[in-house]
Design a protein around this ligand. Structure first.
Ligand SMILES: Nc1nc2c(ncn2[C@@H]2O[C@H](COP(=O)(O)OP(=O)(O)O)[C@@H](O)[C@H]2O)c(=O)[nH]1
Ligand SMILES: [Mg+2]
Length: 326
């Protein structure tokens, strides 16, 4: 018998076993953009692709968190396990949204079949979508049957996050001009399912008609998924069973028609492009004189340098190994 202690079980193995503390640690690692986080994703990635990833987006206050809370209850009632990543860019400033989400979802705290995590939103542009994508990898690898990503649909980062979902749910509310907002944000094009939440309010039918009118402008092939519109009252749970049935139906449709495979390919390309682009930028920056990158940005801001010429200039310098400031 050896008296040397057993080596600690690798984090990846603990994640694969579904250990909640390992999941939490793993998500922190991928959030910190550390080398350890990257290694972890490398180890886990081949073990993913089983979970259904559902993106829930929409303007602040649309009732997304309330919907997610109800969806969790409905999904758990049917048996599957759930992982949730809640992303709210406003939280670092107000501190309110994330806390509210936490409180609401504490109802599930006793259920080992539910794992909920709020994402910090600090970091560079695109960092949020990358970290969120990696968090879904962790939850998928950990064996969560359904992974829900809640995000405020306001910017490019959020659109990117929605794109990583198998099923994207866009939440709108009557009487708020949301339909116009959604069109502006380009959210309309990425919706697989529309939710008209707060259907207890006046104007729900008008909003449904507006979305319908919008959809009728698009052409759908005979085997193409046409986004259904589901009316819900998240506070009472009304329509939640129909919403979950619609989400499941969308996923089944994607599997049957090959649309899911195509989406996975698009997603793969997107992630590859993003990582290659980031490395290229880092490489270029590394070949410039100290401070030259920031100085170039300042010159663009001051309108002394147009962005096209600036890009060409830094690329030329990096490729030729020369720098004006050096
Ligand atoms: N009347 C009504 N209020 C709702 C409904 N769903 C959510 N709310 C309320 O809307 C507010 C914002 O909800 P929340 O889930 O935090 O929205 P989020 O910002 O989209 O996550 C809360 O006060 C909810 O209680 C609904 O269907 N009807
Ligand atoms: Mg919320």
């Amino acid at each position: 018998m050896s008296d040397s202690p057993m080596p600690p079980e690798p984090l990846a193995d603990r994640v694969l076993r579904g250990d909640p503390r390992a999941i939490a640690r793993a998500i922190s690692l991928v959030e910190s953009e550390s080398h350890a986080g990257t290694s972890l994703i490398r180890a886990l990635f081949s073990r993913t692709g089983r979970a259904i990833v559902v993106g829930i987006t929409g303007p602040p206050g649309a009732g997304k968190s309330t919907l997610v809370d109800r969806l969790i209850a409905e999904i758990r009632r049917q048996g599957p396990t759930v992982g949730v990543v809640a992303v709210d860019p406003t939280s670092p400033f107000t501190g309110g949204a994330v806390l509210g989400d936490r409180l609401r979802m504490q109802a599930h705290a006793e259920d080992a079949g539910v794992f909920i995590r709020s994402m910090a939103t600090r970091g560079h542009l695109g960092g949020l979508s990358r970290a969120t994508a990696d968090a879904t990898v962790v939850l998928d690898a950990a064996g969560r049957d359904v992974v829900i990503v809640e995000t405020v649909g306001v910017g490019q980062d959020e659109v990117e996050i929605v794109r990583l979902a198998d099923v994207s749910v866009v939440t709108l509310v009557p009487g708020t001009g949301d339909e116009v907002q959604a069109l502006k944000a380009g959210i309309m094009e990425i919706a697989d399912v529309f939710v008209v939440n707060k259907a207890d309010r006046e104007g729900a039918d008008r909003l449904v008609a507006a979305i319908e009118a919008n959809l009728s402008l698009q052409t759908f092939g005979p085997h193409e998924w046409r986004p259904p519109i589901v009316q819900t009252v998240a506070t009472t749970g009304q329509g939640i069973d129909a919403l979950w049935a619609t989400i499941s139906g969308c996923r089944a449709h994607a599997g049957a028609t090959g649309a899911g495979r195509e989406r996975a390919r698009v997603r793969g390309e997107q992630r590859l492009r993003e990582l290659v682009a980031r490395r290229c930028v880092d490489w270029v920056r590394g070949r410039l004189a100290p401070g030259e990158w920031d100085e170039t940005i300042a010159r663009i801001a001051d309108r002394q340098f147009d962005p096209y010429s600036a890009a060409e200039s830094v690329l030329d310098k990096a490729l030729s190994g020369r720098s004006t400031i050096a």
